[in-house]
Write a protein that binds this ligand. Structure first.
Ligand code: SF4
Ligand code: SF4
Length: 468
């Protein structure tokens, strides 16, 4: 698990046994949360937003998302699966969502509920909310938990723009739990609500949500793990699927491929991919976004179909989702939507400045000045050989006491060079004593020589260890 445990629950972690210290992930982490130390990647937990970028790029499969497995069905007397919207996009030529939903029941679930229904409820509520609250335009959608965590950690002054509405998955979980209790007469603690999740951020969020006190979701399975099992079951049920689907085309597409923003308002911007999202939030922070009411943001490329726990390429998945959506009603009439109660946030969000350099303003300013000075000593190549993503990040690690100047191989090389020059000078000095003065080297000269040789040896060993 990540190194600092006094933060939010995380789904993403790095297996040190599988990590080969290639530094690939440090370049892709949008939060600069990963460092490679002693040839192993380590996540700084308080910075991680579980976006899954490291999972996506790690070819050694050392960066992983932890989710549950089907054994979790044994934990409760009655289990309901929440079928995430991207799940429908993983299958070619799926012209009847009921085939997929029936196959899910075949895995051992007692019931299944589509997250698309919750998405439609959230869409309606979002529309109502932003019309009634023009004071904080533009609102940032909070259905992507990674976006929410990103704002919480890095853009605290945008807090009033956060849309205080629960995620479609959470709203669906509430509906599913209510229905299960009504159907079975069981108490909530006997019912498992298991989300088939497209991304680690949603899984982590269900363990430790923001904006609500506790999630109704009791477990998470990955789309990836369930996909091959469903491929086996679907042909068995395709001729006689149960009528389970209640979703509409709007609900299924809204969060899955980011095509729902236009339904909320005409004055919206939709963006996906964590680096694009970062740029938009920076622009909003700089007041350079004008005239918009709603920002529909997803950290995964392509929206939730791009989640790292999916199987299919996001662009292919988007196309496949269109074909399922074509077989669904356009939208669920408002009076047919299940009653969800109040879906607004009921818990204040704690904002943490995880990038501050010190505990007090004074200390932060002092360290900032020191980091700027140290950064100038480095070559500015941002090569990552030190284990930090940029020279600036290394300088900040140094002022926090978490790294050394010598972690920079260029700094180390220059230092070795300087030591070699010093050795040369001492050696010349000793030679002069022997040849010109016809004397013996002094104890002081020998001591200096020994001292420099020891230092050089240590530095060479340090350099060597980087390449082992
Ligand atoms: S990408 Fe990161 S986690 Fe994966 S092997 Fe390389 S350093 Fe380790
Ligand atoms: S999940 Fe995202 S934020 Fe967390 S370490 Fe990986 S890339 Fe960085």
């Amino acid at each position: 698990m990540p190194e600092n445990e006094n933060t939010y629950f995380h789904s993403v972690s790095i297996d040190p046994k599988a990590c080969r210290g290639c530094i690939h992930c440090i370049k892709f982490c949008p939060m600069e949360a990963i460092r490679v130390r002693n040839r192993k990647a380590v996540i700084t937990a308080e910075r991680c937003i579980d976006c899954g970028e490291c999972v996506r790029v790690c070819t050694s499969h050392a960066a992983r998302a932890t989710v549950d497995n089907l054994q979790i069905l044994k934990d409760h007397k009655y289990n309901v699966a929440l079928a995430s919207m991207p799940l429908f996009a993983q299958f070619k030529n799926l012209n009847d969502p009921n085939i997929l939903l029936t196959a899910i029941l075949e895995l051992g679930f007692d019931d299944v509920y589509e997250v698309a229904v919750g998405a439609e409820i959230v869409g309606n509520e979002t529309r109502r909310y932003i019309r009634q609250h023009p004071e904080n335009y533009p609102y940032i959608s909070t259905s992507c938990p990674a976006v929410l965590r990103l704002v919480r950690m890095r853009f605290q002054n945008l807090s009033e723009h956060l849309l205080p509405i629960q995620t479609p998955t959470e709203v669906t979980a509430t509906l599913a739990l209510k229905k299960a209790m009504e159907d079975t007469g069981l108490p909530a603690e006997d019912i498992g609500i298991i989300h088939i999740s497209p991304c680690p951020a949603l899984s982590a969020f269900s363990k430790e949500p923001l904006g609500i006190r506790k999630s109704k979701i009791t477990g998470n399975l990955s789309v990836k793990a369930i996909y091959p099992l469903l491929l086996q079951k679907m042909p068995l049920v395709k001729d006689n699927p149960k009528k389970l689907s209640h979703a509409s085309s709007l609900g299924l597409g809204w969060r899955a491929d980011g095509t729902g923003g236009g339904y909320i308002t005409e004055k919206y911007m939709s963006a996906n991919g964590v680096h694009n999202v970062l740029k938009i939030l920076e622009s909003l922070e700089d007041d350079s976004i004008d005239g918009l009411e709603y920002l529909d943001l997803y950290t995964c490329t392509g929206g939730c179909v791009g989640g790292t726990l999916n199987v299919e390429n996001p662009y292919i998945a988007r196309a496949d989702l269109r074909s399922v959506r074509a077989h669904l009603p356009k939208r669920i009439p408002k009076d047919e939507l299940p009653f969800s109660g109040d879906i607004s946030w009921n818990q204040r969000i704690r904002f943490d400045d995880v990038y501050k350099l010190g505990n007090t303003m004074q200390e932060s300013l002092r360290r900032l000045a020191a980091a700027e000075k140290i950064e100038k000593e480095f070559p500015g190549l941002d090569c990552g050989s030190c284990g930090a993503p940029t020279c600036r990040a290394l300088a900040e690690d140094i002022v926090r006491g978490k790294a050394y100047r010598h972690d920079c191989i260029y700094f180390l090389r220059d230092h070795i060079h300087a030591l070699t020059m010093e050795l040369n000078t001492i050696s010349d000095d000793i030679n002069r004593t022997i040849l010109e003065d016809k004397g013996h080297p002094t104890a002081q000269q020998m001591e200096r020589l020994q001292d420099y040789i020891t230092q050089l040896w240590a530095e060479l060993n340090e350099l060597d260890s980087r390449f082992k």
